[in-house]
Structures are given as C-alpha cells and as structure tokens.
Design a protein. Structure first.
Length: 278
C-alpha cells in the first residue's frame, strides 16, 4: 500500500502563490488567471520590496512581481513596464505651480532617500538629510511634517496618498522597472501559464504547457423549458390537429359525433336550397 509520503506531487491539489511588492497592482492578471484556471487557486503574498527575492529563494512563492534589478543568476526575470518617477511635495509648495519638475529644481531642496529606495541614483538630487528614513512610508510622513521632499515611483506616491500632499513628474531621473521573477530551476507549468498571461498570450495559445479550463455551460432556466412546453405539445398534436376532430366522421357542430346529427345536418342543407322559378 502506498503511503501518503510516497504519493507523487501531482496528486496534491495545485495552487499558485504570487508575491508582489508595495505599489504593484496584480489585479488584472489575477482576474485573467481566475477566468482561465478556475480550478487552480491563486494566493497573493504581499512582501516588502527588499525581501522579495529572498522569499522566492526560500520557496515561499512560485513567482513575484518586484522591482528590478534582480540579483543572482538563479532567478529569471521578465521586465513588464517602467514607472514614472515623481516628487512628493506639500500641497502649498512652490513646485506645484508646474506640471513637470526638472531635477535641477531640487538642487536647494532637502530630498529624503529612504533605505528601501527603489530608484538607483548615480548622484542623488537635492541636499542630503542627516539620517535616511527606514522606509518610503516614513519618508512620506516626514514630507507631510514639512521635513524635505522625496522622489518615488508614481505607484508608491499613490499608495501613500495624503490629502495634504501631492506629487509632480520628475524629469531626467532614474525610473523603476517592474518585472516578473521566479527561480530558474522551478519553471513549473503554473509559472509558465502566468508568464503567458503577463505576456498577453490568449487562452488558445499553444505555447503554454497548462491547458486553460473552459467555463461550464450555463444550464437552461426553468422559464425557458416552461415556455417551450406548449409549443412542443402543439407540435406533437399538429399531425392530428383539426383532423383528429374529424376522425369520427362527423362534421363540425355535431353532438358527440352521432350519425343522427349528420343526418339532421343534411336535411337542413336540403331545406336551405333555393327553388328554381319556372
């Protein structure tokens, strides 16, 4: 008898774990997954940006939506899109007077650079703060308190939105690239299926190794059957119809199909015949 430990992994119910870092919104791809593979649950795992690759290497997620660069040859990555970099400022700041901010305009501003900064600066703009905030969320709080400005990907500015703050696109600065990453040695059928989704493959594409499950047909409602029942009954009786009434040999209007009724009808027809004048 085969023990539980000896069963092949394929016997277990399949599932897919997708990690994502703050600011990244996987909703569109998750909806497509649920439509194509309703029998395979997809679990979302939110993870701080600096911990995303460690999560993959630990096997705690099958794939991750994270920010590049992805260090290490053991992880594969597909760049998906590039975000706009913005500068977050108080609503009454002078920079709100323009639609886009050249990076040179930050030269005399105190610009915060959190330790989890996703932007790769060769020369950080602005005047440096005495201490670097631990997180982007901490930097946003300092901006709201009137302590400097911060440059972040636009999705993070929206994630940490406050009524007393706003942001403007920042020109001529590094941008954050979002990628799908997974362990190279664990490119499973499920991972390949999700790669197909983010790359825009259709459900009928032959490139994926995991076949999409079609949605079950909707059963016909009782109302439709009830409406069709009289038509079906009429169709069955259509071969007899009026002829079925005449199978007794009696014309229309006779009682009980008796022969006497037919005779009376004949006399009535005789009396009704007009006489010819001589």
């Amino acid at each position: 008898m085969t023990s539980t430990e000896d069963r092949p992994a394929a016997d277990a119910s399949p599932s897919f774990r997708l990690a994502f870092v703050p600011g990244v919104t996987p909703g569109k791809w998750v909806r497509i997954w649920q439509e194509r593979f309703p029998a395979v649950p997809l679990t979302l795992v939110q993870v701080p940006a600096p911990e995303a690759t460690a999560l993959l290497r630990a096997g705690e997620a099958d794939a991750a939506l994270l920010r590049m660069p992805v260090d290490g040859e053991d992880l594969s990555a597909i760049p998906l899109y590039t975000e706009t970099t913005v500068v977050v400022v108080p609503r009454d700041h002078l920079l709100t007077a323009v639609d886009e901010v050249p990076v040179e305009e930050l030269a005399e501003e105190l610009v915060l650079h959190p330790l989890d900064d996703p932007l790769e600066w060769e020369h950080p703009p602005g005047l440096p703060a005495i201490e670097r905030p631990a997180t982007t969320a901490d930097a946003i709080e300092l901006v709201a308190a009137g302590v400097g400005l911060v440059a972040v990907p636009q999705s993070l500015a929206r994630l940490h939105h406050r009524r007393d703050l706003t942001f403007r696109p920042l020109l001529d600065v590094p941008a954050s690239r979002v990628a799908l990453s997974w362990p190279e040695e664990h490119t499973t059928d499920l991972v390949d299926a999700f790669i197909g989704i983010v790359r825009g493959r259709t459900a009928n594409s032959t490139r994926g190794r995991l076949a999409a499950t079609p949605a079950p047909d909707k059963p016909k409602g009782k109302g439709a059957d009830a409406k069709s029942a009289p038509r079906k009954a009429a169709a069955r009786s259509g071969s007899g119809g009026k002829g079925a009434r005449g199978t007794t040999g009696a014309p229309k209007g006779t009682k009980g199909g008796k022969a006497s009724g037919g005779a009376k009808g004949a006399k009535g027809a005789k009396r009704g015949k007009p006489r010819r004048r001589s």
